[in-house]
Ligand binder design. Structure first.
Ligand code: ZN
Length: 466
């Protein structure tokens, strides 16, 4: 009998990693993500809980770090099977993994130098993996999955990737195999998109499944109305620009940045955007945006309309990409009328800190938070209303107006998840993963009430029999 075990993202939202063992011994790993958040570093260093050398196939649902972030470690520890993902996911994962390795290497060097001065350099843990390890990952066999086309990955095993509408390249994965004369269909949702997402299309339905592993990040709630959210965002932009100020938007490089660009472009087209300069000041977000443009056919209707009407999805006359440090520094000289989009999304590092240092003290400026700010991050402190922040050893008084706009999300909410489940015919077991325990309990109850099915909350490493 086939077994599924979760070695990450069971009763938590990061570290996605599920292993499907078939009766014939074939082992298929679905995602191999990084645990994220304070104090999770140790967990990433721990043993996987299975032998990477014995994994035959790795399927990647999408390129977020919490789904791909431990792949170089998997390869370093002996995995040499085949990797299957959509073409866009491979390209985006490359950007994400190189960026992640670079950050870890930089952090290691800084900590090493500091420890050296105390004579304790031996105590500094080496990076989880390096740029070379990421390069090695690309030497393995890659198979590109096309949406909706069954793909044979081993004898008697087919996979079908369907657009999950979450980020570029994202997919739900169906694994079909025969055991004891019966064809089994196991589905992993990966992360599912938000119905109101401006950039991505709506998640595609899955016709049938014997067993479903579904994410439950927002299984406990429904999102705020998107129209209201966009209205709020536009109002903050207009008010600040008309008041001769500048707008700073801390943003995640993948998906949220492209969504922000879409709204700004829409404002420009509708003549709602006062004359200004929009800077995308993040090398990673620039790379991601180019990839979103390249694969524009996989995006939602709004993006395709933009592409059809002016030959590019995101570009418009006010937009500038500032890749190198020099052009990024030049933004500081602008007195008014700048919209600066920079990372990191939670303000824990990156170019956003320079912009904060230069602009937070001025009451004409504003900061618009468009993404979740985790506890303990600089972004969260600002959202919570602190009056002073310390950036690069300098105390900065916050006089800029702070807007927190909560309605954006790349994840399905409870209603989206329930609707998606309700479309699956002959649905057998429902297993909840990728969610916090309390939220999963609420979601489980909602599934019982609205779909009339029982769902099971998967515990870490628990063996689930097909
Ligand atoms: Zn994701």
């Amino acid at each position: 009998m086939a077994i599924v075990q979760s070695f990450g993202a069971a009763e938590e939202v990061t570290g996605s990693c599920h292993l499907l063992k078939l009766r014939n011994g074939l082992r298929i790993l679905i995602d191999c993500g990084m645990f994220q958040g304070e104090g999770e570093d140790e967990k990433n260093r721990q043993h996987f809980g299975f032998d990477p050398r014995k994994v035959d196939i790795l399927l990647i649902t999408h390129a977020h770090l919490d789904h791909v972030g431990r792949i170089p470690k998997l390869v370093k520890e002996g995995f040499d099977g085949i990797i299957v993902a959509t073409k866009a996911t491979f390209e985006l994962a490359q950007v994400v993994l190189f960026d992640s390795a670079k950050l870890m290497e930089e952090e290691y060097r800084t900590r090493y130098r500091k420890a050296q001065r105390r004579g304790e350099e031996k105590s500094v843990p080496k990076p989880l993996y390096t740029t070379e390890d990421v390069e090695d990952t690309w030497l393995l066999t890659h198979i590109r999955a096309k949406y909706d086309r069954p793909l044979k990955v081993a004898k008697g095993v087919k996979v079908i990737f369907r657009n999950a509408g979450h980020i570029l390249g994202s997919a739900t994965v169906e694994i079909r195999f025969k055991e004891e004369g019966k064809t089994h269909k196991v589905v992993f949702s990966g992360d599912l998109g938000n119905r109101d997402d401006l950039v991505m299309p709506y998640v595609e339905n899955v016709p049938e499944a014997d067993m479903l592993f579904i994410e439950s990040t927002y299984g406990d709630r429904n999102h705020k109305n998107m129209k209201e959210t966009i209205k709020e965002f536009k109002k903050a932009i207009r008010k600040t620009l008309l008041n001769r100020g500048n707008v700073i938007i801390p943003s995640f490089a993948i998906e949220r940045t492209q969504e922000v660009l879409c709204i700004l472009k829409d404002m420009y087209r509708e003549r709602e955007l006062p004359r200004c300069k929009v800077f995308l000041d993040s090398p990673m977000a620039i790379k991601a945006t180019h990839l979103f443009s390249k694969f524009h056919r996989q995006l939602g209707p709004k993006c395709n309309l933009f592409y059809k009407e002016d030959g590019d999805v995101f570009d418009f006359p006010y937009l500038r990409f500032t890749c190198d440090v020099e052009s990024s520094k030049k933004i500081n000289e602008i007195e008014r009328g700048a919209i600066i989009i920079a990372g990191s999304g939670m303000c824990t590092g990156g170019r956003i800190l320079h912009h904060f240092k230069n602009r937070l003290w001025n009451e004409r400026n504003c900061v618009i938070f468009v993404g979740y700010q985790a506890e303990g991050t600089l972004g969260r402190y600002i959202v919570d209303g602190v009056k002073w922040v310390r950036i690069y050893r300098e105390e900065i008084r916050i006089r800029a107006k702070i807007y927190t706009i909560n309605g954006f999300s790349a994840h399905a909410d409870q209603q989206d998840l329930i609707d998606w489940i309700a479309h699956i015919k002959k649905l057998g077991k429902i297993c909840l993963v990728h969610g916090e325990r309390e939220k999963q309990s609420v979601f489980k109850k909602a599934i019982r009430e609205k779909v009339g099915k029982r769902a099971h909350i998967v515990r870490p490493k628990e063996k689930i029999y097909l």
